[in-house]
Design a protein around this ligand. Structure first.
Ligand SMILES: [Zn+2]
Length: 290
């Protein structure tokens, strides 16, 4: 029985290559519940979710990663944000009609992918790659080729399992201390991993998957990490955003609506601020400045 919403790490004992394996169900459903999206866009968010989960699991520090796609097609924006505790959230913005068979290019048009790595302490790092691949995984391969990071390959599958949207994926990465010959080893492992089917990722447990793919290899599988849907929004974070806005704009909304209603675009939570709240926020801000 497959345990969903678990991120597994594994290591090839005879090679300087590490791996990851994830399949998301509950996390993915919870994310989709907050948005009314056509199925191709749901699939795209699933792919991004898997990518963000696999990428945050490579972090050696506390922090979060945002994987974002932007373009001039009907899907203006699709974004997933996740942290090293595997708490994930996501959203998409659509303007126009998305075809049922929507390929990545049909949906996003001419666009690019931005990957932002934000350590809890330290410098933020951002990488951008044009969306020239047929699939998100190809675009991620291009991203890793152009950035000076460890050679890394991702495999992403989405589909429908037991009547629900399902997504899963795998990652292979060369270890920092690897010899040059590891490129050939990685290529061999890539060929094996590429045979993974969505159904296998959604229904088999991690041991079975690793055995099917790499039965001639000595692979160590580590304890999994739980993946979950969680949004990091809060009244305080909204307040922090509000104080950066021009006073005249805030007063205009208060005058017109009697309150400021901020909706989190990830989870749909509404945060309401009235005139008293706004003046309190501003007083606190002033005190902090002095
Ligand atoms: Zn939220």
């Amino acid at each position: 029985m497959n345990k969903h919403d678990q991120l597994y790490r594994f290591l090839f004992e005879s090679h300087s290559v590490r791996g990851e394996l994830v399949s998301v169900s509950e996390t993915y459903q919870r994310m989709l519940e907050n948005h009314d999206l056509p199925q191709p866009v749901q699939r795209l968010l699933g792919e991004l979710l898997v990518a963000a989960s696999l990428l945050t699991a490579t972090l050696k520090f506390n922090g979060d990663i945002t994987v974002q796609i932007q373009g001039d097609g009907p899907v203006k924006l699709a974004v997933i944000n996740g942290n090293n505790q595997q708490q994930m959230r996501g959203t998409a913005r659509i303007d126009g009609k998305v075809n049922a068979a929507g390929s990545l290019h049909d949906m996003v048009g001419n666009g690019y992918m931005v990957i932002t790595v934000t350590p809890t302490e330290g410098e933020r790092y951002q990488g951008v790659v044009a969306l020239e691949g047929e699939t998100l995984a190809e675009c991620l391969d291009a991203y890793f080729k152009q950035s000076e990071q460890l050679p890394t390959r991702l495999f992403i599958r989405t589909g429908i399992q037991d009547g629900k949207m399902a997504a899963g994926g795998m990652l292979l990465q060369i270890l920092p201390d690897a010899q040059e010959s590891s490129d050939d080893v990685l290529e061999h492992l890539v060929q094996l991993t590429a045979t993974i089917k969505g159904e296998e990722l959604f229904t088999l447990n991690a041991e079975e998957i690793l055995h099917r793919l790499y039965h001639e290899e000595d692979v160590t599988l580590y304890e999994p990490q739980q993946v979950e849907f969680r949004c990091s929004c809060s009244q305080q974070r909204c307040a922090d955003t509000l104080v950066t806005l021009p006073d005249a704009d805030l007063q205009e909304i208060l005058h017109k609506d009697g309150k400021i209603d901020m909706e989190c675009e990830f989870c749909g939570t509404h945060y309401i601020f009235d005139e008293k709240d706004i003046s309190e926020i501003k007083t606190v801000k002033k005190e902090q400045l002095h």
